[in-house]
Every structure is written in structure tokens, then in C-alpha cells.
Write a protein of this length. Structure first.
Length: 78
């Protein structure tokens, strides 16, 4: 867990990614940043899409991947 990791930090990391670049965030940090309720998943997907990324669920968290042509994002997509 990154105690001082904030949404602006994540935004900055995603904005710096080049096409095909990836950034991984641990599940505990995702839950802290986006919550764990029924709208958290949608919030996460919209955040990723807004930064031109796909959000890919992994065993340990979420990998954000910059995709030049993000049309639709869904966890589990690659």
C-alpha cells in the first residue's frame, strides 16, 4: 500500500504513459481511492477512460494501460 498515493498522483502517472505503457496499482490502493461500493467499478472505469487507458483487473489490483483508441473499457479486457 502506498499511504501517500492520491488520485492526483494516479492522474499524473496515467497522463505520462505513452501508448502501450502500463501502470499497476494494488487492490488495497484502488479500494482506498475509488471505494468498495456498487458504483466504485464504474467510477474506476470512467477515470481510466478519461485518461485514455484501459483498466485491467489482476490478481493483485488493477493495471492501467494507455491505449490510443480507447472505445470502451471494462475490467478483464486486455
Amino acid at each position: 500500500m502506498r499511504k501517500d498515493f492520491t488520485l492526483p498522483d494516479l492522474q499524473s502517472k496515467l497522463d505520462l504513459l505513452e501508448s502501450g505503457g502500463q501502470f499497476q496499482v494494488l487492490r488495497v490502493d484502488i479500494e482506498r481511492l475509488f471505494g468498495m461500493n456498487d458504483v466504485a467499478r464504474a467510477r474506476l472505469l470512467l477515470f481510466a477512460q478519461g485518461h485514455g487507458c484501459l483498466a485491467i483487473e489482476t490478481d493483485t489490483g488493477v493495471t492501467f494501460r494507455r491505449d490510443a483508441e480507447v472505445r470502451a473499457t471494462s475490467l478483464g479486457s486486455s
